[in-house]
Write a protein that binds this ligand. Structure first.
Ligand SMILES: [Zn+2]
Length: 239
């Protein structure tokens, strides 16, 4: 095979495998991202629950203040009972007392209700925190596996980069420019084998004359249909 063509086939194979590394890394990272998303959703729920508990506690405080005011009011009323002089004033005081007592009952009921909500929310919080811990443990495990896989991919990538740069050291500049131009549109299929007398890039049949030239491998032959560089796949090379 023509030495330049041989170099082109090698270079194209290196470039194709280099292109494959980034998607492989992305694929590894994707394994983690679903777990991270779940953990983030749990964190949001935890924050919401904290906010809810704070809200309930502040309502409870307000009710406690109101309760203290009502008790002071009751004390005032009972003091006033000694000062009233007529039936009308007694009735008015009694009414005031009744209303205050009713409000105390309401406030106590409200505090009880709020305490129940707070207790339920605290329980919810505990469950969420347990879930988050579990999720974070999983993330740690997966992170290690993913990091190892990415390390391995990077090592493989470095080997190919190394081989590629060694190849380029003795590469013909004109041939390289020629290849890069085709690669701009053909991407990783700039150099393709001929399979069943068809270009493996555009899958069109090539004529007998071109095919025999490809088989001879004495020159660099382009596909007459698409312009990709063609070569005859050698069995041993494939293996
Ligand atoms: Zn073609």
């Amino acid at each position: 095979m023509n030495k330049y063509l041989q170099d082109l086939v090698k270079l194209s194979k290196y470039d194709s495998s280099i292109s494959m590394f980034e998607p492989k890394i992305e694929n590894e990272k994707a394994k983690l991202s679903t777990f991270i998303e779940v953990a983030e959703a749990i964190k949001t729920s935890i924050n919401d629950t904290y906010a809810h508990i704070d809200d309930v506690k502040s309502k409870r405080t307000k009710n406690n203040i109101h309760l203290a005011e009502l008790k002071t009011k009751l004390d005032d009323i009972s003091r006033k009972h000694n000062e009233v002089t007529n039936e009308k004033e007694v009735k008015a005081l009694q009414l005031e007392e009744e209303i205050a007592k009713e409000q105390i009952t309401f406030a106590n009921e409200e505090i009880e209700r709020l305490d129940e909500i707070a207790a339920a929310k605290e329980e919810e919080l505990k469950e969420l925190q347990a879930k988050l811990t579990e999720e974070e443990e999983s993330i740690k495990e997966i992170q290690i596996a993913v990091d190892n896989a990415i390390d391995e991919i990077n090592q493989e990538r470095n080997v190919v980069y190394q081989q590629r740069s060694e190849l380029l050291e003795k590469f013909d500049n004109k041939i390289l420019t020629f290849y890069e131009k085709i690669r701009r549109w053909a991407k990783d299929s700039a150099v393709v084998p001929v399979v069943d007398q068809a270009c493996y890039g555009c899958f069109m049949k090539i004529n007998d004359k071109t095919y025999s030239e490809v088989i001879k491998s004495e020159e660099i032959i382009n596909c007459p249909h698409c312009g990709r560089i063609l070569y005859k796949e050698v069995e041993t090379e494939e293996a």
